[in-house]
Design a protein around this ligand. Structure first.
Ligand code: PLP
Length: 380
């Protein structure tokens, strides 16, 4: 079954509602463009995100207004929406951070009163539900990332599901104008996928990620973002479809998605059960959401030390997000973010590390990670 069809069956949508892109951000760009977003417009965004989210509207000439997070859920705090809206607002992007479902009801109500479309950033959230309904099915459209460390990999890549019928034609015709990756690029991506499979495991991932960033910085590997992009310049080959090798990888990884979702839930439950005994706060989940966590957030007082030691000892511990517009090195002012705009987000950036839940994490790996935290991390 093709990747489109597998996704369509997961979301119980027509396959024609799904388009496949070179990155998740490109799907977002297509959706915003289909909405008619242009110079001077404003987009409301969670102020705790990857810079590739605000860069998509930025490349269309729009600016972002950032809304701080609820420190308990890491998602946009709907009570703050009023302070971010203006008569130039054209859309609101909510992000189900770490796979924690955004409290959708107040957002949808607020947006519908103003006639604003809601877009869901599902780059962390495949399988999470809010009041029984799958994340990605609430707004005008939802975008997904197939980067290496996302819910399921397409070896870099992105997917867009369009729910709004009026937007669908626009997105489909934009898709027709997008470039196809060259045969050489497809081959290089295929090589990277094979290398990833052979080399990356929970003990090597920290070191290999560093090496991979180094190689892509030199232009020797296809990375997730160029320095040009982080500085706010649109790469020439930005608007591109997914390569065949990525589609094939995604297809394979989606084949047993329900098994993977169950595994992630099982591993998250282990963290929730065992972290409090070590003095760390477990994630508080509410009754409205049934979360499939991509990563499990934990607050520590000595984040940089924990990350450094994790790299040294080969323990898989991640850092989303390093700054409100991740990663370190982003020129945040260029994207309209000034320090102090989202204090809860800034605090989370200094405290939160995240723990993996993916298929290669076994119960004994969980023990190894928790043992590491017990020895080296101090609860925040
Ligand atoms: C990874 C990520 C993106 C961007 O996905 P790409 O496929 O790299 O474009 C967007 N939003 C969030 C929350 C992400 O983690």
């Amino acid at each position: 079954m093709s990747l489109n069809k597998r996704l369509a069956s997961l979301f119980q949508a027509d396959a024609e509602r799904i388009t496949l892109w070179s990155k998740g951000r490109v799907g977002l760009y297509a959706l915003l463009k289909a909405l008619g977003v242009c110079s001077g417009d404003e987009i409301i965004v969670t102020g705790y995100t990857c810079v590739m989210v605000p860069s998509a509207p930025f490349f269309l000439g729009a600016v972002c207004r950032y809304v701080d997070i609820d420190p308990g859920t890491y998602n946009l705090n709907p009570a703050l929406l009023d302070s971010a809206v203006s008569d130039r607002t054209r859309a609101i992007i909510v992000q189900h951070t770490y796979g924690i479902a955004q409290d959708m009801e107040p957002v949808l109500q607020w947006a519908s009163k103003r006639g604003l479309p809601v877009i869901e950033d599902c780059c962390h959230a495949v399988g999470s539900r809010y009041r029984g309904k799958l994340c990605g099915t609430f707004g005008a459209g939802a975008f997904f990332s197939g980067q290496w460390n996302k819910p399921f990999s397409t070896g870099l890549g992105g997917m867009l599901v369009v729910n709004d019928q009026k937007l669908l034609n626009g997105v489909r015709s934009l898709y027709q104008t997008a470039a196809n990756p060259s045969a050489i690029e497809d081959l290089r991506i295929r090589g990277q996928i094979l290398a990833y499979r052979a080399l990356v495991n929970p003990r090597t991932v920290m070191a290999i990620t560093r090496f991979y960033r180094f190689l892509s910085g030199l232009g020797l590997a296809i990375g997730s973002s160029s320095s040009q992009e982080l500085a706010g310049d649109m790469p020439r080959d930005y608007f591109k479809r997914m390569a065949p090798s990525q589609e094939k990888e995604g297809e394979g990884n989606l084949a047993d998605i329900s098994g993977l979702l169950e595994h992630r839930k099982m591993i998250s439950a282990l963290y929730s059960r065992r972290l409090p005994a070590l003095g760390f706060g477990a994630l508080k989940e509410n009754r409205d959401s049934e979360n499939v966590l991509l990563r499990y957030p934990v607050r520590v007082a000595n984040k940089q030390e924990v990350l450094k030691e994790a790299l040294r000892k080969g323990v898989e511990i991640g850092s989303w997000f390093e700054i409100p517009l991740h990663p370190f090195g982003t020129d945040m002012a260029k994207f309209g973010y000034q320090t102090g705009m989202c204090p809860h987000s800034e605090q989370a950036c200094t405290e939160v590390v995240n723990l993996p839940t993916h298929a290669k994490i076994s119960e004994s790996e969980v023990s190894r990670i928790l043992e590491f935290l017990k020895r080296l991390a101090h609860p925040a």
